[in-house]
Write a protein that binds this ligand. Structure first.
Ligand SMILES: Cc1cc2nc3c(=O)[nH]c(=O)nc-3n(C[C@H](O)[C@H](O)[C@H](O)COP(=O)(O)O)c2cc1C
Length: 173
């Protein structure tokens, strides 16, 4: 059995997927000792409670891909609504610019992370496995340590950082 080919284009598919509201995270590790690496990720999700597993997907085009492939651990920071500026900053530009002026710390297992008490939660993950899936890689992480606060989360929906766009945007098909 083979899958039926899509009757929609990539733009429409993206628009339909955008109706699924998500949180927003920043995933950090080190490219080399003392060289922070991080990017904005909304594909984060829970997988298993026992053992504690999470997933996120990374584009094969991401320049950080080879570093995350070989990283032993990474930290997933769940952003609060007050951290919108970080979500935007970590989605573009050079790595050094993304981290400029930010306080950094270490999770209990030694993984580089943002030292920001505003995060809604963070998860220090062992980089268990990666699966190829189309133009992305699925990363499965085993959570070794985690923390949460009760700050209002940052929400991503229909290509924007809030839940307000409920009508069809003019640009979508
Ligand atoms: C809200 C938001 C969510 C994103 N989610 C993902 C994601 O789940 N996977 C991904 O590969 N890129 C995602 N991106 C895009 C990356 O953050 C962006 O391409 C980044 O510049 C890649 O960095 P790199 O090329 O240095 O690795 C997202 C961007 C934004 C603004």
């Amino acid at each position: 059995m083979t899958a039926i080919p899509p009757d929609f284009d990539a733009r429409f598919f993206r628009s339909a997927l955008g109706r699924f509201a998500t949180g927003v995270t920043i995933v950090t590790t080190e490219a080399a000792p003392g060289q922070p690496l991080g990017l904005t990720i909304s594909s984060f999700n829970s997988v298993s409670l026992d053992p504690p597993l999470v997933l996120w997907t990374l584009s094969k085009k991401a320049s950080s891909l080879p570093y995350f492939q070989k990283a032993e651990r990474y930290v997933v920071h769940v952003l609060a609504a007050t951290q919108l500026h970080l979500a935007k900053r970590f989605a573009q530009g050079a790595q050094a610019t993304r981290f400029a002026g930010l306080a950094l710390g270490r999770a209990p297992g030694g993984t580089l992370m943002l030292d920001d008490p505003d995060c809604a939660a963070w998860f220090e993950c062992f980089n268990v496995t990666q699966h190829e899936a189309g133009d992305h890689l699925i990363f499965i992480g085993q959570v070794e340590r985690c923390h949460r606060s009760f700050h209002q989360p940052l929400v991503y929906h229909a290509g924007d950082f809030d839940l307000t766009p409920s009508t069809e945007p003019l640009s979508s098909n």
